[in-house]
Design a protein around this ligand. Structure first.
Ligand SMILES: [Zn+2]
Ligand SMILES: [Zn+2]
Length: 362
């Protein structure tokens, strides 16, 4: 990325932060949180702390960085090195990323890409570019199908938290991540003291990792007395309800039906995110460093469009020399694909290409 492109990105992000600073959502107890950011120049700045929101906001406006992060943990001394911080507890957070959910669409939009000669092709990735021999990188695209799957899994998390863990649905805040998924923040003090293994158990439960083998579940179901009525709770109830609703017309084996029932209901949360109690998360209302889209509260999935609502940068035109970029949708328009060409784009679309290093401001 050249200096002109870095300066353009910084000014585009700065303009957003000046106009919409009220969209930034600071957590409770700001003074106990660790903050961090990633400048457009590269690197990562961590272990920052602020006495109050205004101070944090002033620094954010001044830096207008590529990404802004804040800990879900509260600390006695948030600015000290990790081992001296004094951990006081952390909100429970789940991360759902479309990249981790197996969908058919990936075959059409996930690519490998050569930064040297701009060759590209379908996955699996060629470790060396077949044209010029340079190293290649993955490019994950996004479409309505995979973000729809991510939304389904987010709703499954909500269902598990409210039905199986007894949390009020209003106590789970859902955010679009700014890129390819959703973050779910659980506002329930009972979860805040949980250590990493305990959080791992919760994540494992949602993912269905701790269930017995399908064959064992099927055998148990086969031994049920006829007309035994509702059975069990949690996963047991989920599987029984699924099987009972489909069994009359099902032609496959019971084991296969059990396996389908689990696949249709498990929530593929990223366990490593949930279990890391010292992590910093993108601050709500700030821009994603790879897309220029906002991490944004989803008040209702019925009215939320991840291809329009989080696209918050301006439409001011800018000319970009694009080396390569697949087709994408933003704010009701389709852009690209582009290959080694200068093109004039609205800022919100140009930023997506520039942040990935796939073009420079002309
Ligand atoms: Zn190449
Ligand atoms: Zn897709």
């Amino acid at each position: 990325m050249n200096d002109g492109t870095k300066a353009f990105l910084k000014s585009a992000y700065k303009e957003y932060y000046f106009r919409h600073s009220d969209w930034i959502e600071f957590p409770a107890a700001v003074q106990s949180r660790e903050f961090g950011y990633m400048p457009f120049a590269g690197g990562m700045v961590r272990h920052l702390s602020f006495k109050e929101e205004g101070e944090a906001l002033a620094e954010l406006l001044k830096q207008s960085p590529s990404s802004v992060y804040c800990s879900n943990a509260r600390y006695e001394h948030p600015a000290r090195p990790m081992e001296e911080k004094g951990w006081l507890g952390a909100e429970l957070i789940f991360d759902i990323d479309a990249t981790d959910i197996p969908t058919q669409c990936k075959r059409t939009h996930d690519l490998w890409y050569c930064e040297t000669c701009h060759a590209s092709g379908r996955l699996p990735r060629q470790p060396k570019c077949p044209k010029c021999g340079s190293a290649t990188t993955d490019f994950h695209g996004t479409c309505r199908e995979c973000l729809g799957a991510a939304k389904d899994h987010a709703l499954r998390v909500l269902d598990f938290m409210t039905n199986d863990f007894g949390i009020a649905s209003g106590s789970v805040r859902i955010y679009f991540s700014g890129n390819r998924g959703y973050h779910l923040h659980v506002d329930d003090a009972r979860f805040e003291p949980l250590d990493s293994p305990a959080r791992g158990e919760v994540a494992g439960y949602l993912r269905g990792d701790s269930l017995p083998p399908n064959q064992t579940i099927a055998s148990t179901l086969r031994r049920r007395p006829p007309n035994s009525g509702p059975m069990g709770d949690g996963w047991t109830r989920r599987i029984v309800d699924y099987v009972d609703a489909r069994m009359p017309d099902y032609t496959g084996t019971l084991r296969k039906l059990v396996s389908e029932g689990i696949a249709a209901q498990k929530a593929l949360v990223d366990s490593s995110v949930t279990t890391d109690v010292h992590r910093v998360f993108r601050l709500a209302g700030t821009l994603h460093g790879d897309t220029g889209m906002a991490k944004m509260r989803v008040k209702s999935f019925d009215s939320f469009d991840p291809f329009s609502d989080p696209v918050v940068l301006s439409s001011k035109p800018v000319t970009v020399n694009v080396s390569f970029y697949p087709s994408f949708e933003a704010r009701g328009e389709r852009f690209g694909p582009y290959r080694s060409e200068p093109t004039t784009l609205p800022t919100f679309a140009a930023v997506r290409i520039l942040t990935r290093g796939m073009g420079e401001v002309a």
